[in-house]
Ligand binder design. Sequence first.
Ligand code: NAP
Length: 270
Amino acid sequence: MQNAAIRALGLDWIYVALPVAPRNIEAALAGVRALGIVGINCTIPHKESVIPFLDEIDPTARAIGAVNTIHNKAGRLVGYNTDAYGFAASVMAEGELLFPEITVLVVGGGGVARGIAAGAAAEGAKKVILANRTRAKAEQIAKDVGAAFPDCRIEVVQASPPSLRNAAGRSELIVNATSLGMREGDELPVPADCIEADHVVFDTVYAPPDTSLLQTARARGARTIGGLGMLARQGAKSLSIWSGLQPDEDLMLSVLRKTAAERSSPAAKK
Ligand code: NAP
């Protein structure tokens, strides 16, 4: 999706994947400076470990505690996190929701849940409710995001069925930020009877693109948003940071959808 958007912007750039061992992070970033690479995305397991080697971190990335985008500004490396933008832009575009009018239930306590909680808080959500199997991780996210966005009301609840039902009843948007849904036979991140027809259900899982949660939510009359839009929009935001230009988000999303369809086709599975 990056190379399609880069071509459409007329830039003489190329986006490539470079596997880097954790012990080589500092050297890799020195290489970015030395080679004049304009920017990089970094992903698991490097999103936190790059931070000490950067010259500057933007406030959203600091609140999230993770960097997924680095811009090389004439040798100064500046870290950003575009997951929060990807989530918020996807909710606004595909869910047609306005954050100041909604309570957001986020199920999960990993890096993606952090980005989502920060994205909702930054957009002025009425309230963010966090639920995670390991409650301490949700508590830590509430503490960090609450410190960065003191105006946002953040609550942590048990990830038990009764607490999830109660929290869903007080929320307009339900977000799965766990990895449940990636494997066939995974249980749902929230009990099906939490979901009502007036909910919007967002699944960050994008492989497969149509998860059991999304299918269940549609069957219960709710509107749904899949994870591909967030993935496309966080990538578009990274490219806009590196280039100062506005990439074609729809083009990036259509490339992702095409790739996802090809990968989930029976021929691809053989
Ligand atoms: P992570 O840090 O590994 O966190 C995984 C989360 O899933 C944790 O909260 C974990 O709970 C929970 N979990 C895993 N198995 C569970 C189970 N059996 N029951 C209940 N909870 C369970 O992963 P991450 O980086 O946050 O990514 C989460 C998911 O987001 C990924 O799997 C991926 O599908 C999706 N993702 C989407 C995008 C996008 O742009 N759409 C980008 C990146 C990732 P504990 O804390 O209790 O272990």
